[in-house]
Ligand binder design. Sequence first.
Ligand code: PGA
Length: 243
Amino acid sequence: MPQKIAAGNWKMNGTRSSLSEIQAIAEAAQDIDCTAILCPPAPLIHSAAGLAGPLAIGGQNCHHAKSGAFTGDISAEQLVDCGASYVILGHSERREGYGESDTLVRDKAQEALRSGLTPIICLGESRDQRTAGQALDIVLAQLSVSVPDDAQIIIAYEPVWAIGTGLVPSVAEITEMHDALRAQLHAIYGASGQDISILYGGSVKPSNAQEIFAIPNVNGALVGGASLKAEDFLPIMRSLAES
Ligand code: PGA
């Protein structure tokens, strides 16, 4: 059975004063029956891990090499050393802003796994690709190249046009995509493909979480803006636990 996972992606938001939100989420998380992960900016990871309790902490990216002359980059091993156990990879903001390809995402995922991190691998189509009827083909092609050999991964389907826009695909569109992802994970990994959590991401909020979590093959969410405050993220976690 896939785990129910609520993952928060803080992106480049927050300073040490925001650690109180992580503490508030961690305290309430004890009583909410789902796996909760927060991915703050790298400088906050070590402090966040110290307060996280039942909450897991993740990075938002890592390099594909173990170590070396890569100014400004962070290795998977360094994330682990600071207390992270997950890492978001292949987010559309990195694919678009830094030209990250599917093969690079796979290399990063392999390195993350070698270091003991569980990768959260993001996939998603653009608005134009969806309008052109290419969404399924694009996302399944991303999946086939971006994933590592090992099935110890999490998948996040995040339509690029739904991220930070308040737009959300229809229930039918999410259902079609998540069913197709499940079938392809089964084709790639066999029986263990059935246990991989497939998260939906893009404008998830307390007000739409229940409807999204009721969709079969949606095993949780990757949440951006609504993960920054305990008052928004906790109701999403509760909706997931009750789904
Ligand atoms: P959003 O971001 O929830 O603010 O739309 C989601 C994400 O980018 O992971």
